[in-house]
Design a protein around this ligand. Sequence first.
Ligand code: LLP
Length: 426
Amino acid sequence: MKDRMIEPDFSFYYQNKVLTVDGVSVPELVQKFGSPLYVYSGKAIRESYARLTSALKGLPVQVCYAVKANSNLHVLKLLNELGSGCDLVSYGEWHRAELARIPRSKRVLSGVAKTLDELSALMKLDQAGVGSIHIESVMEFELIALLANLQKKKVTVAFRYNPDVDAKTLDKISTGRKQDKFGLTREEILDLAINYGDDEFVHISGLSIHIGSQITKTGPYQKAFKTLKKLCHEVELHLDRKLDYVDLGGGLGIQYQNEKTISLKAYANLIRNDFSEYKKILIEPGRSLVANAGILVSEVVYSKVRPGSRTLILDAGMNDLMRPALYDAFHEIVPVVDNKAVPAKDWDVVGGICETTDYFARKRKLAVSGAPKEQIAFLSAGAYGFSMSNNYNSRPRVAEVLVDRGKVTLIRKRETLADLLRNEIR
Ligand code: LLP
């Protein structure tokens, strides 16, 4: 088994010059389900999960998949079947976990703005319907303590610690620096532990961190783990007992282009070195489990060829895959039919949204002709692709398909105009 997460071409490869998903022809999928289309490989998700968990073998690790990366119910059910729990950040995600039947004890609830309504709804259930609530602010903790004590209901919480560590990733997806809005400071955590350590209804069970996403170096993890370990010991001193668990967050980077990703063995060693004293260790991978298990297929609507520029205008827009527009993120673009007769040229690849940032790529070398209906695929689109898509410019969201064990399943229908207007008052 490979020591890194899967690469973009693991399940998406050419057969007789036609792009396939584990051998299923992409043009045939588009013919059946239309374009643009998200297509996922169950095999790739299974493989990612297996690589990660086999690297962590021997450690008491529970994977809590970060649902925000790809929250389709079929993806959640598949991960549940593999043994994953989940990291949730809203009542909506909690509801999805419920439908996917992910055991409540394997759920953690994160999120910086859990509302009174959300918390009240959850607190009606035993243990608030989750294994643990990850506290992001002092006020949130006080509200939960108040609700638990008023209703005389037990709740288990952990503190999300902001360790002030730079994850050395894109600025916009860093979460563990002092200036980032996430988590509590060391002082806040110690204060809460001192004041509420023996609360009858609130059980302080652990500490969690999540320093950022698409992390490709071990250094930031190493630094964050050391800081976390130190704080765990300080908290334990005040509680006069060992914490039940530590949660090390997500963030494992994947290969979008030619990044060298973290060796899973090295990642496991970091965990082993710092946290082998704990009986339970949670991790919250999102991207690393699903990104390279998905593509977005799109068709050319028009192309513009002018002196000095060529523009490929697609039926997908930044509303369907917003990572490039939002973060200048790179997604590999490949032609669905590999036609060696077409010379590679520099193309700007754009969508049809009325925004100047609606560019998927600039001056990208692509062997495409620019003819209408020609198909291309964005690779590594299984994470933060559909889940971040929206209806801007009144565009219905696209369909999603899962290819798993030779079976093709439509897992989300393409939205219709009626869907767009469903909640609007006429
Ligand atoms: N845990 C927490 C508390 C998180 O906030 C996140 C992601 C994860 C786990 C999962 O991180 P992952 O393993 O996927 O890196 N939309 C951005 C990524 C934002 C991630 C937000 N939090 C993107 O498209 O790159």
